[in-house]
Design a protein around this ligand. Structure first.
Ligand SMILES: [Zn+2]
Length: 849
């Protein structure tokens, strides 16, 4: 799209304005509107009052007074409010009723009534429930990236930061929290209480939040700072087992970040809410962080990786207080910046407490496989993407931002050096406190710190999509590396330091090389003759590292002999890529993985193997092949479970068994454990795991679905977990009419509000164990994707597609998806990308048959 210069645009609008009041602004928040508004409006303050009924059936109503300084009265004043027109009850300007128009997504006040200077707009309204996540007993607002305007009229864009004062009227028995501290609670009415919260510092609209309901409150003081946890956990033992660790992890992260950034925690109050079945891992509202409760309250069977995952999550959200909250992207095209710095710093914060884990290994496992899962597909995207309208911001998120960007940042740190990078970041944060900044702003701070051409580097790694395909060729005197773009239409060259591993009868040697051009040569002694070579051996290098024929067969045999766990992890990943490209048959890969599990001593590599086993078993073996290996797969897993001692390690094998068991005898063993007829020594199972067991049993034994679910429901003590099980029940059983009815019900946005439940149901509906019996539901599921993207939260569309497509491998299923793509040529580009990401395994599996 051609962008008009701003001055010309103003003239054009002015001409239109003089007749019918001007054209309605585009739906959503177009970039042009955002640019015009950010230069026309500043010093914004919202006084927001909301009345929230206890019953979900009754609407939330409210009033907002917006005070701001207007610098331009030529343009109409456009407020964002994404609600039906009859939800706007009254609009006043500077105390008097004002002429205004309600257009889709906006309230428009004409320029004729505007004047430069202090303005005061007041709107009475009825909210929509879109972003309020209202449930029985509680609700929470979640406005990222552009949903504040579904709840109240607002200037919805990250670079109009504002101070918010919130007043909430709620049922008398409820507790509430928001960004600001609670100032007062007016208890005059026995049914309803009115809570006032302190005004916030300047924050972006997506960071404003509040929640209320029947909540428990736990408070702790660490280093003189008060930390408050709100939650709904009913299991006291679970709570007390986790509580002090959760507070400690926050305190560690806060101290570390104050030291690293040289800026004290900017937002005063620090509270967080453990939300049951929260749709993300966490969300960084300053003073009111939301977490997925299940990620904070770990079971005693949690593995060290899960413990590190929790520490990383807490460090990630805390790091956002500086990267994202204090300094915010100017527009959502740079949303990746806040995510990459939060992840990058979370690794530095969380990892020192886990000296027993191999952190280089963990870095590789946490980033490369997930990034490759997207970057190898035809639907991949660049780290930094264009964004024309905020209503498409949700589609920017994904593994390229969360997993590839930290790899790229780690390479940037190698280029610049650890301390210069920290100093550059300090300078960047300090210069932009309570403001906004772009990626070019940061590059201009960092560029003088290195000899390297950061702009060129950024062009390939940050603004281009895809990964290099890197081959190794053994030649006289050494090894020649070659890179080409995996996407054959591109001529990009990726500049990166690479480590080449060369294996001989005497062991494995590493050689470093900077691969900058299309080729690089590494001198390697000719004696003893290498048995294999592989690149990317440090677990940082990024690309499709192709194995030559003899290295592939040698490593498939001997990967378990490699002494370095990082080498094993990198090679397992490369072997997986070789399978995906058709160089290793799936059954041979399964046998290699089983042999790997039998001898693997490292917990993290063992977990990687369990993940690969699940993927190849369900995605690349057909039913007959699964039955052929089922008994030996289960035997290897039970044996491995018996060999390890900690509940965390046993739990990993047990969870894999619950996922993968298909033999009669295996199902019977699981049934006895679920029934309590058998107890696994050293593995104390929790309610969550019994629920997962019950669900696995029902999928395998649908004729007894009702009895199993009724018995499980009887045993559940937590109301949120019980509601979830009741919700997904029709998807678990074997009644195909109920399956179709459930999918049809998801066409109603109200039914699919509880997104994590919907995803669990979709995963069951399309589970591979059904052997494609749900194929008739595939097209209908795909057809809902666009609607899901429009109304769902950020990760919902891709997760919906993954849950839909993960159960299929036949050419019939592939043909249905191709037809869907053919018949929807106008699918938004990024959504089409997500379909291509999610369908990649199905297309490969179908073509390998
Ligand atoms: Zn984040």
């Amino acid at each position: 799209m051609l962008r008009l210069p701003l001055s010309l645009l103003c003239c054009l609008l002015l001409i239109h304005c003089s007749d019918s009041g001007g054209p309605a602004p585009d739906a959503g928040v177009a970039l042009e509107l955002a640019q015009q508004r950010s230069s026309a409006v500043n010093n914004v303050r919202y006084e927001l009052s909301l009345s929230v009924p206890g019953s979900v059936a009754e609407p939330v109503t409210g009033n907002v007074a917006i005070r701001f300084n207007l610098l331009d009265s030529i343009q109409p004043l456009v407020l964002d409010f994404r609600a039906p027109a009859d939800h706007v009850l009254d609009v006043r300007l500077n105390g008097a009723a004002v002429d205004h128009r309600v257009t889709p997504d906006h309230i428009v006040i004409p320029p004729a009534v505007l004047s430069i200077g202090e303005q005061h707009v007041e709107v009475s309204f009825r909210s929509t429930d879109t972003a309020l996540n209202r449930q029985a007993g509680f609700f929470y607002a979640l406005f990222v990236p552009d949903r504040a305007s579904t709840a109240f009229p607002v200037f919805e864009q990250p670079n109009i930061k504002a101070r918010f004062s919130l007043t909430l009227e709620i049922p008398a028995q409820w507790q509430a929290l928001s960004n600001g501290a609670l100032l007062s609670r007016d208890e005059t009415d026995t049914q309803r209480h009115v809570l006032k919260f302190a005004e916030t510092l300047p924050i972006s609209t997506y960071l404003m939040s509040f929640a209320a309901g029947e909540l428990q409150i736990e408070t702790a003081v660490r280093n003189g700072r008060e930390l408050t946890l709100y939650h709904r956990e009913t299991d006291q033992e679970k709570l007390s087992r986790n509580l002090s660790t959760i507070f400690d992890l926050h305190a560690t992260a806060l101290n570390w970040l104050e030291e690293y950034t040289d800026i004290a925690y900017p937002f005063g109050k620090f509270a967080f809410f453990a939300v049951p079945s929260f749709q993300f891992g966490g969300m960084e509202h300053p003073g009111a962080v939301w977490y997925r409760a299940e990620s904070l309250f770990l079971d005693p069977t949690a593995s060290r990786t899960q413990e590190l995952g929790r520490a990383s999550l807490i460090a990630h959200e805390t790091a956002h207080m500086w990267f994202g909250d204090l300094v915010t992207m100017d527009w959502f095209n740079d949303v990746w910046m806040k995510e990459v710095f939060a992840n990058f710093l979370a690794a530095k914060i969380a990892e020192p407490a886990f000296p027993d884990l191999n952190l280089d290994l963990r870095f590789f496992q946490a980033h490369h496989p997930a990034a490759y899962n997207v970057d190898r597909t035809a639907g991949t995207n660049a780290i930094r993407q264009e964004l024309d309208n905020l209503n498409d911001a949700g589609s920017l998120y994904g593994a390229i931002i969360y997993q590839k960007a930290p790899i790229v940042l780690r390479q940037l740190e190698q280029l610049i050096g650890e301390e210069p990078l920290r100093n550059g970041l300090r300078q960047y944060l300090d210069a932009n406190r309570f403001g906004n900044a772009t990626w070019p702003d940061l590059i201009s701070v960092l560029d003088p710190l290195t000899e390297q051409d950061l702009e060129l580097w950024s062009k390939v790694w940050v603004t281009a999509a895809g990964r290099p395909r890197i081959t190794v060729e053994r030649v006289d005197g050494g090894v020649r590396l070659r890179q080409v773009a995996q996407d054959s239409t591109s001529s990009l060259l990726w500049n990166q330091p690479l480590v080449l591993a060369v294996g001989t009868t005497e062991g494995v040697e590493e050689y470093g090389v900077q691969l900058q051009e299309a080729e690089a040569f590494v001198a390697v002694p000719g004696e003893p003759v290498p048995t294999f070579v592989f690149a990317g051996a440090d677990g940082i290098g990024y690309g499709r590292f192709v194995l030559d024929d003899s290295s592939r067969s040698a490593l498939l045999e001997s990967v378990g002999d490699l002494r370095s766990p990082v080498h094993r992890a990198v090679v397992w990943n490369s072997l997986w890529e070789e399978l995906l490209d058709g160089f290793i048959p799936a059954d041979a890969f399964v046998l290699a993985v089983l042999a790997g599990i039998e001898r693997e001593s490292d917990e993290l590599v063992a977990q990687q193997l369990l993940g690969l086993l699940r993927s190849v078993f369900w995605q690349y073996l057909d039913d007959g092949e699964r039955r052929a290996v089922g008994a030996s797969v289960e035997a290897v897993l039970w044996d491995a479970l018996g060999r390890v001692f900690s509940p965390g390690r046993k739990g990993a094998y047990f969870n894999a068994l619950v996922d993968i068991t298909i033999t009669e005898a295996g199902i019977e063993s699981l049934r006895r454990i679920w029934n309590g007829d058998e107890v696994l020594e050293g593995l104390p199972l929790q309610e969550q795991q019994f629920i997962a067991l019950a669900e696995a049993l029902v999928l395998r034994d649908p004729t007894n679905a009702d009895a199993i679910i009724a018995a499980q429901a009887e045993r559940i003590t937590n109301p949120d977990r019980l509601a979830r099980l009741n919700f997904i029940k029709p998807a678990l059983g074997g009644n195909t009419a109920e399956h179709a009815g459930m999918l049809a019900s998801f066409a109603d946005v109200a039914v699919r509000r509880q997104e994590s439940w919907v995803l669990d149901a979709m995963g069951a509906l399309h589970h591979p164990i059904r052997n494609e019996a749900s194929l008739s539901l595939l097209r209908e599921s795909l057809d809902l994707t666009e609607e899901i993207q429009r109304t769902g939260d950020i990760f919902f569309p891709l997760n919906w597609l993954n849950a839909t497509l993960g159960g299929y491998q036949s050419s019939e299923a592939a043909a249905i998806v191709r037809q869907y793509l053919d018949e929807n040529p106008d699918l938004p580009e990024r959504l089409k990308g997500k379909v291509l990401q999610a369908v990649d395994d199905l297309f490969r599996a179908a073509s390998l048959q």
